[in-house]
Design a protein around this ligand. Structure first.
Ligand SMILES: Cc1ncc(COP(=O)(O)O)c(C=O)c1O
Length: 355
């Protein structure tokens, strides 16, 4: 038991609270009516993100889910098909929005063993031909970088480039769900613009590892972003003095990017501690950023994921069960080295108690 301390919350990097300095930036934000294009903070953030990602323009949206939904509506037509990775957020965590909002079908590329990665050969298999009226034509290919359910894997740049080039040759648009793109950039020591370059359009979240209380971005050509603005409004996501939130995003980009490396080190340390215990199944090669997805060994006496998560919660460590024996832990700016060390010890203690 972690007595008399606040719980160590490893459920997600979305649980971070704005720091006093970020709150000051919010307090002092210059604002205006963004529907008239008059919010200076939103405008500044949009310009900064366009530059960071090497795209002509960017758009501020309330959530990553809305960014994904706007992208689907913009880059497809009802009846089309979209090639997505195994375990994608857009398929599993957006309450069926892809079908309801965009009227498209999702086709999976890759398999669970590849944990959300796939190559150009998988696109070739999955993409359906245009021109034959039997098929829902594939008009969009989608990747997730880093891949959440896959355990925070960085999408290999060479694969991203080959997939997008092949897609372009066939008139298929490309999109990157880059909710955690800056984790990928820090982990792979590549500029965010380099990771973004192959894609027609991409998203970036401010409310995950970057620690802002809300907000996600879309980036692409000026024409696409103009059209995205209309879809954002249609989905009810056009705000007014949104600079209150944008100021937190500007603060986050200035102060919370390089420190993502610390979150990655913490995830690694947790993973190494778990991997050393026979109660867990974990491939250290999959721990590349701030997410640790691990399995509880299927041995008599060992808890399943819901029981393990419940015991950890009772003893002060919060986690999410991802399957009958699969659990996810996510590090972020509100958990330091010592908290991660204590959380890992407690996880081992709880899992091994039944052996
Ligand atoms: C990969 C990925 N994409 C999109 C989202 C959606 O973001 P939001 O919670 O802001 O809607 C998430 C949220 O965790 C995510 O992990």
């Amino acid at each position: 038991m972690l007595a008399h301390t606040a719980p160590i919350d490893l459920r997600s990097d979305t649980v971070t609270l704005p720091s006093p300095e970020m709150r000051r930036a919010i307090f002092e934000a210059e604002v205006g009516d963004d529907q008239y294009g008059e919010d200076p903070s939103v405008n500044r953030l949009q310009e900064q993100v366009a530059e960071l990602l090497g795209k002509e323009a960017a758009l501020f949206l309330p959530t990553g889910t809305m960014a994904d939904q706007v992208a689907l509506r913009l880059l497809t037509r009802p009846g089309d098909s979209v090639v997505v990775p195994w375990g994608s957020h857009v398929e599993l965590h957006e309450t069926g929005g892809a079908g309801a909002n965009a009227g498209i079908q999702l086709i999976r590329a890759g398999d669970p063993e590849r944990r959300g990665l796939f190559g150009v050969e998988d696109l070739d298999v999955a993409a359906l031909a245009r021109g034959h009226m039997l098929y829902p034509p594939t008009t969009l290919v989608w990747i997730e970088n880093t891949h959440n359910r896959g355990g925070g894997l960085v999408f290999p740049q060479a694969d991203a480039e080959a997939i997008c080039a092949s897609a372009r040759d066939r008139g298929i648009a490309s999109f990157c769900d880059g909710a955690r793109l800056l984790n990928a950039a820090v982990a792979s020591q590549r500029a965010a613009a380099q990771l973004a370059a192959p894609f027609d359009m991409l998203s970036l979240a401010l409310s995950k590892g970057l620690g802002a209380p809300g907000g996600s971005m879309l980036a692409g050509t000026a024409e696409m972003i103009g059209a995205a603005r209309r879809h954002r409004r249609m989905l009810g996501g056009a705000m007014r003095q949104a600079g209150i939130l944008a100021a937190a995003g500007i603060y986050a980009l200035a102060h919370n990017v390089e420190r993502l490396a610390a979150d990655h080190d913490h995830a690694r340390a947790i993973a190494e501690r778990l991997e050393a215990s026979p109660a867990f199944r974990l491939d250290l090669a999959t721990v590349q950023t701030n997410i640790v997805v691990f399995e509880l060994a299927a041995e008599p006496g060992l808890p399943d994921a819901p029981a393990f998560v419940a015991s950890c919660r009772d003893r002060g460590v919060l986690l999410n069960a991802f399957g009958p024996r699969v659990v996810r832990a996510v590090t972020h700016l509100d958990v330091d080295t010592d908290a991660c060390r204590r959380a890992a010890e407690l996880m081992v203690e709880v899992a091994e108690a039944g052996r």
